[in-house]
Design a protein around this ligand. Structure first.
Ligand SMILES: Nc1ncnc2c1ncn2[C@@H]1O[C@H](COP(=O)(O)OP(=O)(O)O)[C@@H](O)[C@H]1O
Ligand SMILES: CCCC(=O)OP(=O)(O)O
Length: 353
């Protein structure tokens, strides 16, 4: 069976072509001035579609007859985890940015365009809005405001399954894990018996600050900041999700560069130490609500590739028996596996309503 997997990021789209347990992965870069000028994510669809098509043609995949096209889904309404058929309702919600703006909104629309060419189905798997959160974890100190589940669900679930099966020799559904995805955004979630029962919203200002994201902010400071800088809400949202975090302090999103300056620049050291402090604080809070009954803590994402950052967090976590590092992300693998489960009849595709 041939499967095409599509995972849109901010300036690239990761593409996977899978056939009989072989997987070829590549990152298709969108670097044209025309692309970089586009303000709304959803308006990037045409360029991304053409770039992916060009990649398939140039790499000998142009004539393949795919059996399914599968993509990282976007900011839909909150739904349970699983594989979903891309339908008209989903396409409309993705195009309208129902629950926010994110490159993953293009996953479903691109998958559908390619699937229509091959005459097969398009699917999404575990989009960032899957919501398995305990009700207690959603209640905040203001009646009308609820915490939302928006996280790197696809990679969280895949690495959690891998650690459960390969390291702990248990089923994912029998484990309690704290998974920390450390990338441009950071999400740290408590996986209890197969469900992500508490996790910080990695996009909109919750949890630890990340490479480009603000995380939770003191409200009085935020109100003053909004007034002093005369910002409208869209500008504020952009700052919180793209121009905050490490970037707001150090004016770079390249954490290798940050790492190289740590020992020679006092301000870099101060910010990085605070960055690590906030990550382990979030892990500690989940450890507490799990009453300390945790099989393992798992680190993943781009920053988990760095021995420097990993040794700093591990230094705080000496009280936890098992800490695993699964560097990078396994989103393409998770997409292919999801589509295969449906094609083999092991799982039914859910219908988005
Ligand atoms: N080997 C490494 N050492 C330190 N930082 C790294 C390394 N590899 C990637 N990063 C950092 O990880 C971040 C990107 O992580 P990634 O999970 O790829 O993010 P995203 O998918 O959110 O863009 C960047 O800030 C990048 O500089
Ligand atoms: C937290 C929701 C998904 C997300 O933020 O993904 P990226 O960090 O890859 O933008």
């Amino acid at each position: 069976m041939y499967i095409l997997a599509i995972d849109p990021g901010s300036t690239s789209t990761k593409v996977g072509v899978s056939h009989n347990k072989k997987l070829i992965k590549n990152s298709v870069e969108h670097l044209s001035d025309e692309f970089l000028k586009i303000k709304n994510v959803i308006d990037q669809e045409e360029i991304r579609f053409n770039n992916i098509k060009q990649f398939l043609n140039e790499n000998g995949f142009g004539d393949l007859q795919f059996d399914a096209v599968v993509a990282r889904g976007g900011l839909l309404k909150p739904i349970e985890g699983g594989v979903y058929l891309v339908n008209d309702k989903m396409l409309a919600d993705l195009r309208n940015g129902l629950n926010g703006e994110h490159p993953a909104n293009l996953g479903g629309t691109l998958a559908k365009r390619f699937a229509d060419i091959y005459g097969c189905n398009a699917y999404i798997v575990d989009p960032p809005v899957i919501d398995e959160m305990w009700e207690i974890a959603k209640i905040t100190g203001l009646k009308d405001i609820e915490r939302k589940s928006k996280f790197h669900a696809l990679n969280h679930k895949e690495v959690a399954r891998r650690v459960a099966e390969n390291e702990l020799k248990k089923k994912y559904h029998d484990c309690v894990l704290i998974v920390a995805h450390l990338g441009g955004g950071i999400t740290i979630g408590l996986h209890k018996y197969g469900k992500v029962v508490d996790v910080n919203n990695g996009l909109d200002g919750d949890g630890p600050f990340a490479v480009e994201r603000a995380g939770g902010l003191p409200l009085d400071g935020l109100i003053e900041y909004l007034q002093q800088n005369s910002l409208d809400l869209n500008q504020l949202k952009r700052i919180i999700s793209k121009e905050a975090g490490i970037y707001s302090h150090l004016k770079t999103k390249n954490m290798k560069e940050v790492e190289s300056k740590y020992h020679n620049d006092d301000y870099v050291k101060k910010v990085v130490d605070a960055f690590i402090y906030n990550i382990v604080k979030e892990i500690g809070s989940l450890f507490s609500v799990a009453k300390g009954d945790v099989d393992a803590v798992v680190f993943t994402g781009g920053l988990a590739k760095s021995e420097f950052f990993m040794s700093k967090v591990k230094d705080y976590l000496k009280f936890i028996d098992k800490v695993f590092v699964i560097p990078g992300e396994y989103e393409i693998e998770a997409l292919v596996n999801g589509a295969l489960r449906v094609l083999k009849g092991e799982e039914n595709a859910k219908i988005y309503k």
